[in-house]
Design a protein around this ligand. Structure first.
Ligand code: SF4
Ligand code: SF4
Length: 84
């Protein structure tokens, strides 16, 4: 067994709108690859917002976006050769 973290075969990334986020953490909880974490900083409303802490494991499945009640995060697949 390797100690290296699992890298997703399908590459994805997320777009976050920090100022819309209200810090409910649904996106973090429902991400199947645990790629998201809360930011260290706060948005203007005083909430931590999600950041893609482990981009190498994101598949772009958009389950984070599906569960966000405020449309503050979207996941998408990267095109072949596209960098996140
Ligand atoms: S797109 Fe999928 S894998 Fe990537 S952060 Fe969102 S839920 Fe997780
Ligand atoms: S689900 Fe949406 S509102 Fe909740 S923490 Fe994630 S981005 Fe913010």
């Amino acid at each position: 067994m390797s100690d290296k973290p699992a890298t997703a075969k399908v590459k994805g990334t997320v777009s976050v709108k920090p100022e819309v986020c209200k810090g409910c953490a649904y996106c973090i909880e429902f991400c199947p690859t645990k790629s998201l974490e809360f930011s260290q900083s706060f948005n203007r409303k005083g909430y931590h917002y999600p950041v893609l802490a482990r981009p190498e494991t994101c598949t772009g499945c958009d389950l984070c976006g599906v569960h966000c009640p405020d449309f503050a995060i979207f996941g998408r697949r990267l095109k072949p050769g596209e960098k996140a």
